[in-house]
Design a protein around this ligand. Structure first.
Ligand code: GLN
Length: 512
């Protein structure tokens, strides 16, 4: 498919476009708006939310059979929400998210709407309540057009662990979109919604954001309520936005952040107006480049793209130290794969066929039913993690594994603390590679685990990090990760915004 207008890059089957280029497929042009732009149009009554929503539903119908980003399309409810949003707008009660079509990862509870976690265990689970983020978005006038596919229980890096199907990367349908929020990232890249929410336990917002060339933020632990997020590893999980640019990311964060009495780990810190941090100025910004993140086996084209991006930051006035060392970084993978499975093994004990979810009933007795519920309800990766975690927590091994991992976790956190006395932000690649082919890593879990090597340490330390588009390698997206100290989201937005004002990687869209 060709694009009319100014095509900046063309590679056999795939084209990249700059803004204001009309897709030749005659699909509604308004499926290319950012939140900010759509909000202006809604406010000025150039378009109604119902029209906007219909355009996105049409776009979903057109592309999702190929991209497969969604486990449910919530068309009827979306139209009702859009009608409500139009009334809010007419009454002058419009927030930046009012009437804007969004997609939600399917591990966030939505009252009356299936929340499957892409697992057979929850295939028919209809929550009786909303997650706090959903309550907040609803209040702001969200229009939810669908729920996004993911790796089962958010365990994975490619969506290949979904019990239903694998999502495709809109930049190359033979490749993975990343994971576990692969559906959320792919849906935004493919124009199926204006923004989405994902969750990030070890990289699941940032890695797919990098793979799909969208902007994704993992907020500081405690910044966004986890109430109603299906738990994977409770000390690491955090909800965050996936958007087309940094401005939109700030707008979503304004809505979803803040203290929640229903989540005892949510932070009481005041929420600033994040849009105020969108200032294109990094003069004198102290940037550290931790060398351990340029790991062995990293693709040279990815390294080159990130180095170019860093040079751009220098051009814009940042002061860069290329020689930072965070020596405990190589242990992060081992620490993560002890702590995350341990917490998962405890959290997933609730799926026993008695309370809710899938229930096997044909067994010889109660124990047999419980065993078979878990045998048939969980996929291979989830079982692998439960077994790993149960082993690490068992008496006799607890000190050697779990306790040791917690101690190294403290070391990792302290190294970051120390680094942030000298630097305002740290910059690394989001992933060591571009999106890999579907099936390429499924037979080797350790290879798959390595794709999160640059993102895991951030969850271990509980700090925020954003991934933004920073170029292409062989026509495939490369993400740059900007890391900050706890509650420094404003600094991340300012840094990332300055970069996006000076580059146009984030304006490139795949043609699906
Ligand atoms: N890929 C990592 C894992 O499989 C991280 C997942 C996540 O952040 N939810 O655990």
């Amino acid at each position: 498919m060709r694009l009319k207008g100014e095509v900046t890059f063309l590679r056999s089957k795939w084209c990249w476009k700059t803004k204001n280029i009309i897709r030749e497929d005659n699909l509604p042009n308004n499926t290319q708006l950012t939140i900010y732009e759509a909000h202006q149009q809604l406010k000025q009554k150039k378009i109604s939310s119902v029209e906007l929503t219909q355009s996105y539903l049409q776009r979903i119908q057109h592309v999702d059979s190929r991209v497969k980003a969604l486990v449910s399309v919530t068309a009827d409810q979306a139209i009702i929400q859009a009608q409500i949003a139009d009334k809010m707008i007419a009454a002058g009660e419009c927030t930046p998210l009012t009437g804007i079509p969004a997609i939600i990862k399917d591990n966030m509870c939505t009252r009356g709407i299936k929340t499957t976690c892409s697992s057979k265990m929850l295939e028919h689970f209809v929550p009786p309540y909303n997650a706090t983020v959903i309550e907040k978005l609803n209040k702001a006038g969200m229009v939810m057009v669908g729920k996004a596919n993911m790796d089962e229980f958010a365990m994975g890096s490619s969506t290949e662990n979904s019990a239903f199907f694998t999502t495709r990367n809109p930049w190359d349908l033979k490749r993975v979109p990343g994971g576990s929020s692969g559906g959320s990232a792919a849906s935004v890249a493919a124009g199926e919604a204006i923004y989405s929410l994902g969750s990030d336990t070890g990289g699941s917002i940032r890695q797919p954001a990098g793979f799909c060339s969208v902007t994704g933020l993992k907020p500081t632990y405690g910044r966004v309520s986890r109430y109603g997020l299906v738990a994977f590893a409770s000390s690491l999980d955090q909800i965050g936005p996936l958007t087309q640019d940094v401005r939109d990311c700030a707008l979503v964060m304004n809505c979803i952040s803040g203290h929640d009495p229903s989540d005892s780990t949510s932070a009481p810190q005041k929420v600033p107006d994040y849009s105020k941090s969108l200032i294109p100025d990094v003069k004198g910004l102290r940037v550290g480049i931790p060398k351990e993140y340029f790991v062995e086996g990293m693709q040279p084209e990815v390294k080159a793209a990130i180095e170019n991006a860093i040079n751009k930051m220098i051009e814009l006035g940042a002061v860069v130290d290329w020689n930072v060392s965070l020596p405990s970084t190589p242990y992060a993978l081992a620490v993560y794969y002890i702590i995350a499975p341990s917490e998962a093994s405890a959290n997933l004990a609730r799926y026993d066929g008695v309370k809710y979810g899938f229930s096997y009933q044909e067994g010889a007795n109660m124990w047999d039913n419980m065993e078979k519920t878990r045998q048939f309800g969980f996929g291979a990766e989830v079982k692998r993690r439960i077994m790993l975690g149960t082993y690490a927590l068992s008496s006799g091994y607890y000190d050697a594994y779990y306790l040791k991992a917690q101690k190294v976790r403290t070391l990792i956190r302290r190294e970051f603390e120390k680094a942030f006395t000298k630097y305002d932000v740290l910059i690394t690649p989001t992933s060591p590679t571009v999106p890999f082919k579907i099936g390429e890593k499924t037979s080797d879990p350790v290879q798959m685990y390595l794709s999160d090597i640059c993102t895991l340490p951030i969850n271990i330390a509980g700090i925020p990090a954003i991934s933004i588009p920073a170029g292409f390698a062989g026509g495939l997206p490369v993400g740059m990760q900007i890391i900050g100290k706890p509650f420094s989201e404003e600094m991340l937005f300012r840094t990332a915004f300055t970069y996006q004002q000076a580059t146009n990687w984030h304006l490139n869209k795949p043609v699906v």
